[in-house]
Structure formats: structure tokens, C-alpha cells
Write a protein that binds this ligand. Structure first.
Ligand SMILES: *Cc1c(COP(=O)(O)O)cnc(C)c1O
Length: 370
């Protein structure tokens, strides 16, 4: 069978009774939308982070859009982020009517180069949107300094960083609000789509509850436009409550896989992930780099039936759908160079040791023959 970067079937086999009980709990509850499971998950997810508020939403993309709107970002406002991210980060800024502005990433961690932020701020900038990509946090102290100097909101994109820590503090508690995705592959994932926003600001929390519920203050009475139907589903909330209890175990398992890769592949010629000082990495994806990336991927597929992934093959600013942003190729040299050289190794908590061994053996063989 083809070896892939992600698979959930072994985990489902191990957790099936609990997950089916979650489904049954919701179906028997008598309230299928915004009921006890969403309320319970919101309380438990906030408490897990020691955050004041959590609002469940339908996916991570809308978590970013609604959080921007709740923070007061209006059409035409500029939001500074990175192009080395999942396209939804940028789509969500666009959906709020705001204008994405990009800075390049650091050559060691591939995360936002916060040294470029000050020069990217204009009179129209209203927010900074750091993306804690791959499972570790952006360097937040210099980012906060720029935000404070210019009165900007800070929204963390935590879609890849559940449980990651930065100088001891959890991702999601480092800005004014934080957007999470619970897409199945994520470090905390459901069996479908889900998302949430964390915030310590009661007004942002109240705005989010209206925004996800048609812009209504109470049933049938709209107080805010644009309103959305962006509720977290009860089923996913109940599944997430069950899986939240196992989140620390999932993260420990990911770290164990990363340690094996690191030991086996040191000196192989691959550039392995670098963890920035003060960060505890959760390895949402294990990203390596090599100038002969395309050849390596082709040989792994042809000789070993190993189909790896690239996160991400196209920098957002070079895609035709974002041509209106006005960035040509050459605008963000580090981001563009990375896109041609990075690839991701299989990474998920239930990844069997035997599969890890096959991937390591195949990589060493292919790299040795280059
Ligand atoms: C997955 C992801 C999103 C989008 O989340 P969805 O739940 O798929 O809408 C946004 N930003 C980043 C960095 C992501 O990885």
C-alpha cells in the first residue's frame, strides 16, 4: 500500500468506541445546533489554554475572517502576514474585505521574519497576522513591539500549532485573538470540519458569537452585518471534547516520530527542521529541504511507493487567484526559494514504527544515490 504523509484509520480503529459514543451522545441530546457539546467544548478548550473565551466556528478559514471582523478590521484595512502559509490564511483576510500585505520568512524556521514588519506598516495597517506554521510559534516579542508602537491588533493563525509553546506560553494566548482549525489532519482534528477562536477580550467574544450566528443578538434579531452562519457543529464539538483529552498524548507521539527522523537523517544531506529558541514544536508537518527535491520525490514514488507532500508548492503571492494583490515573482525571495525545495515526511500520532523505518531507509537510499 502507498505510504502517505497522513492517515487516520489506525487511530479510528483505536478510538472507535469513544467516537461512536460521541455521535450517539449528540443524537440523543435533543439539541443538534449550539447545544451542550459546543458549550462544553468551548469551556474545555478555553480552560486547556487558560484563556478567558473560546467561540466554536465551522472551520479555520472562517475563524480567521470572523476574528478579524470581531477585532474591528474593516474593508480596505491592511493586514500584514506571510505568503509561506496555507492559502486559506490569505483568503480569509480577503473575505473580510481587508488587504493582505506580505513580509518574507526567515531562512532557518521558514516563519514570519518579524524584522521586516516595521517597514511593512502603512497608515492603513490595522492588524498583524503571524502564522505559527508547521507547529512552532513566530517570534512574538518583536511582533508585539511593532503592534504596540502602531496600535495594531494581533491575530494568531494557530491552525497548525495546537499545544505549541513559546517561552512557556501556549500558542493561542500570545495575541489579541487566535484562530484554530480542526480539519482532520491538524494536531487536534475532527472527523470533518471545525474551527474556533480564542480571546481574552469579552467584547471580541461577544462580537464573535453574533458574527457566527447570522449577526443576531438573539433569535431572529440582526444587530450586525455582515453576519455569517459559521457555527461549530455539535457532532464535531463532541468529537473534539473526546480528542482534547488525548491531545497531550498526540503531541508526545508526534515528537517521538520527529526525534526518530532527526536521529536517522542527521548528516543525510537533508536540511531538517530547526526549532527556534524558546519554542516547543508540535510537528504538525515535518518539513525538510533539499535542492533536488523534485527528483527525490519522484524516486521515492517510483521505487518505494512513498507519496510525500509539499507544504506548500506555490507561494500564495504567486498564484493567479491572488494576482490582484500586485506581488510579482521575485517579491519574496526566501519564500519563493523554499517552495522549490521543501517537502514533508509522514507525520501523525499513530504512524507505525515500521512505516517510519521504511521512509527513513528509502530516503537514505535515494539521497545516497544522488
Ligand atoms: C488549515 C489551515 C487553515 C484553514 O483551516 P480550514 O479549517 O481548513 O478552513 C488556515 N491557516 C492555516 C495555517 C492552516 O494550516
Amino acid at each position: 500500500m502507498t505510504i502517505r504523509v497522513w492517515d487516520y484509520l489506525a487511530e479510528y480503529a483505536a478510538e472507535r468506541a469513544d467516537l461512536l459514543d460521541a455521535v450517539d451522545t449528540v443524537f440523543r441530546s435533543g439539541q443538534l445546533v449550539l447545544g451542550a457539546s459546543v458549550r462544553g467544548f468551548e469551556a474545555e478548550y478555553a480552560a486547556w489554554h487558560d484563556a478567558a473565551h473560546c467561540v466554536g466556528v465551522d472551520n479555520g478559514t472562517n475563524a480567521v475572517t470572523l476574528a478579524l471582523q470581531a477585532l474591528g478590521i474593516r474593508p480596505g484595512d491592511e493586514v500584514v502576514t506571510v505568503s509561506n502559509t496555507a492559502a486559506p490564511t490569505v483568503l480569509a483576510i480577503d473575505a473580510a474585505g481587508a488587504v493582505p500585505v506580505f513580509v518574507d520568512v526567515r531562512p532557518d524556521t521558514y516563519l514570519m521574519d518579524t524584522g521586516q514588519l516595521a517597514a511593512a506598516v502603512t497608515g492603513r495597517t490595522r492588524a498583524l497576522l503571524p502564522v505559527h506554521l508547521y507547529g512552532q510559534c513566530v517570534d512574538m516579542a518583536p511582533l508585539r513591539a511593532v503592534a504596540d508602537a502602531h496600535g495594531l491588533a494581533v491575530l494568531e493563525d494557530c491552525a497548525q500549532a495546537h499545544g505549541a509553546r513559546h517561552h512557556g506560553r501556549l500558542a493561542g494566548t500570545l495575541g489579541d485573538a487566535a484562530a484554530f482549525s480542526f480539519y482532520p489532519t491538524k494536531v487536534l482534528g475532527t472527523y470533518g470540519d471545525g474551527g474556533a477562536v480564542l480571546t481574552s477580550d469579552a467584547e471580541v467574544d461577544a462580537a464573535l458569537r453574533q458574527l457566527r450566528y447570522y449577526g443576531m443578538r438573539e433569535r431572529y434579531y440582526v444587530v450586525r452585518t455582515p453576519g455569517h452562519n459559521s457555527r461549530l457543529d455539535e457532532l464535531h464539538a463532541e468529537i473534539l471534547r473526546r480528542k482534547l483529552r488525548r491531545l497531550n498524548r498526540y503531541i508526545a507521539a508526534r515528537r517521538a516520530v520527529a526525534r526518530r527522523y532527526e536521529q536517522a537523517l542527521a548528516g543525510s544531506g537533508l536540511v531538517l527542521p530547526a526549532t527556534a529558541p524558546g519554542n516547543d514544536h508540535v510537528y504538525y508537518v515535518y518539513v525538510v529541504r533539499h535542492p533536488e527535491r523534485d527528483r527525490i520525490l519522484r524516486l521515492l514514488e517510483e521505487r518505494y511507493d512513498i507519496a510525500l507532500n509539499i507544504s506548500y508548492p506555490w507561494p500564495v503571492h504567486t498564484m493567479s487567484g491572488f494576482a490582484h494583490l500586485g506581488y510579482g515573482s521575485g517579491a519574496l525571495p526566501i519564500t519563493e526559494a523554499l517552495a522549490g525545495e521543501i517537502f514533508s515526511l509522514p507525520m501523525y500520532p499513530s504512524l507505525p514504527r515500521g512505516v517510519q523505518d521504511k521512509v527513513i531507509g528509502a530516503l537514505l537510499d535515494v539521497l545516497g544515490g544522488l
